[in-house]
Design a protein around this ligand. Structure first.
Ligand SMILES: Cc1cc2nc3c(=O)[nH]c(=O)nc-3n(C[C@H](O)[C@H](O)[C@H](O)COP(=O)(O)OP(=O)(O)OC[C@H]3O[C@@H](n4cnc5c(N)ncnc54)[C@H](O)[C@@H]3O)c2cc1C
Length: 397
């Protein structure tokens, strides 16, 4: 199944994704044709186990799928990757529910048992079965990308609850069937006492707060949104938010985003090689950057594969999310988001004006513009600051 899924991704990338990528980019519009095709092949449920109706693809293979998709359309691949992370978070939350959640830090309120809250399991079943699209709203005005801090809070309202969040960047939020929103547990909770809420779009009012005219990843359609959601208590995931972030949200995001960026850089390098072939031997020896791109990509590929395997172990419960693990997945994100840009720049230099052009078979313009979002998705400066602190307390080998 895993090999088939990657092959399907390659075929879709060469077909429907590539066909619409330029229009999606120039119009900054949602890639609806590509998402329909992904859905038709069951790919939105890739990360869900087979017994739940998904494809049961493990993390290294998911990273390979992200890389394959991004060769056709970076925005589509990023939407797919972000959705897989939300799906994995839902599945982890539901698993905690079934396990009766052992890992509650002292002081946190009791969580419902599986017997008391079958609604969450039913909701996750629907997400997988109907391949519903899930967006993420963790960013927040005044907080930026500080994932472990929220300003907005869950408020009890009658028999249910509600929240009101001003998120700075929400990809495909308007198109999504549901949003996973981070918030403080309650109005009296400190900023780091957070929960994740599965907000159904049908009971959520979205107000677009700004425009969306960025340099790249334009098809992700990620403007600032005011999110006003009303929901039942069971939609608050019964897993400590810190655990969810450490075990699933951060490592899987870094690995799958890195898969997307790796695919974009590899595509740029391939275009540079094809350009050199087209010029022919009469034009002189090929640019030295062709070799440089290859060794840079080989290093990135090895780092991606290692981090993906580590993440699979942590998500399956075979390993703990240690400080060293967090440092490794942060290192992947930092390295990939910087070196992939270097590779695309080298490809552009090798292709010359044909690479600089927005059109033509050797253009690397859109690939490069998409890649320039990589250092901002959880800002590298913020991540460097976090990793420097962690390095002080990590165990030395
Ligand atoms: C294409 C794309 C799609 C996205 N999709 C989503 C989405 O679907 N949902 C979502 O919630 N978010 C999304 N984001 C938001 C993203 O992941 C970040 O959370 C957000 O970009 C952070 O915004 P910021 O860089 O302006 O804020 P900050 O992270 O606050 O950074 C602002 C500035 O402060 C600096 N800074 C902050 N903290 C530190 C520190 N500790 N040390 C040193 N410098 C620091 C940064 O370097 C930066 O210069 C998306 C972003 C992009 C580019």
């Amino acid at each position: 199944m895993t090999g088939d899924a990657r092959k399907t991704c390659r075929e879709l990338a060469d077909g429907v994704l590539a066909e619409h990528a330029d229009a999606v980019d120039s119009d900054a519009r949602f890639p609806k044709e590509a998402l329909s095709a992904l859905r038709a092949h069951g790919l939105l449920a890739a990360a869900a186990p087979v017994e739940r109706g998904g494809l049961g693809v493990d993390v290294p293979a998911l990273a390979g799928m992200a890389a394959a998709l991004s060769r056709g359309c970076g925005a589509t691949a990023m939407i797919w990757a972000m959705h897989q992370v939300q799906l994995a978070c839902l599945l982890a939350g539901e698993q905690a529910l079934r396990a009766g959640e052992q890992a509650l830090p002292s002081g946190e309120q009791a969580l419902p048992s599986g017997e008391q809250a079958p609604e969450l399991r039913d909701a996750v079943t629907r997400v997988v079965r109907d391949q519903l699209l899930i967006a993420s709203a963790t960013s927040e005005a005044g907080i930026g990308g500080a994932l472990r801090t929220s300003s907005c809070a869950v408020e009890r309202a009658g028999a249910g609850a509600r929240l009101d969040k001003r998120a700075t960047t929400v990809s495909y939020g308007v198109e999504a069937d549901a949003l996973l929103v981070s918030a403080r547990r309650g109005p009296g909770s400190p900023p780091s006492d957070q929960v994740a809420v599965l907000a159904d779009s049908a009971r959520t009012r979205l107000e677009v707060l700004g425009g969306w005219n960025p340099l790249g990843m334009r098809g992700t359609c990620s403007p600032a949104l005011r999110v006003r959601a009303e929901f039942e208590e069971w939609r608050i995931l019964p897993v400590p938010f810190g655990d969810l972030v450490a075990r699933v949200m951060t490592p899987l995001s870094h690995v799958l985003w890195s898969g997307v960026w790796y695919g974009l850089a590899a595509e740029a390098a391939d275009r540079a090689v094809r350009h050199a072939r087209a010029r022919g031997e009469a034009a002189g020896p090929p640019s030295a950057s062709l070799a440089e791109m290859r060794w840079r990509l080989a290093g990135l590929e090895a780092q991606l594969d290692a981090a993906a395997r580590d993440t699979q172990d942590v998500m399956s419960g075979a390993a703990e999310p240690t400080v060293a693990f967090t440092l490794r997945v942060n290192a992947l994100k930092l390295a990939m988001s910087q070196v992939a840009v270097d590779v695309a720049l080298a490809a552009m230099r090798a292709c010359g004006m044909a690479g600089y052009s927005e059109d033509g078979p050797f253009s690397v313009a859109r690939l490069l513009r998409d890649l320039l979002s990589a250092p901002l998705m959880i800002n590298n400066e913020r991540l460097v600051a976090i990793s420097s602190q962690l390095a002080l307390v990590a165990r030395e080998r």
